[in-house]
Design a protein. Structure first.
Length: 82
């Protein structure tokens, strides 16, 4: 498939962020979840490839983005003001 386009990365990132927000119990803000999803979508596939799991098709990219969002979202809970 090659490298996904920018639109595909943005859509997958937004979906991964919203799913990641639903998975976590701390309920981060919507903006933080969407931002973590975008970062997870851009950083997830290269990190997965570095660990030996190349993200080559759309489903693998989506799973890597979701994993990236779920890993990043707890850090947003730590940064939240009280």
């Amino acid at each position: 498939m090659g490298t996904p386009g920018l639109f595909v990365v943005v859509v997958i990132g937004l979906l991964a962020g919203s799913i990641g927000r639903a998975v976590l119990l701390g309920r981060p803000s919507r903006f933080a979840a969407l931002l973590a999803g975008l970062v997870g979508a851009t950083a997830g596939p290269p990190v997965a490839g570095a660990f030996g799991y190349p993200a080559t098709n759309l489903w693998q990219i989506a799973l890597a983005a979701l994993a990236g969002a779920v890993v990043l979202l707890p850090f947003t809970l730590l940064l939240r003001r009280r």
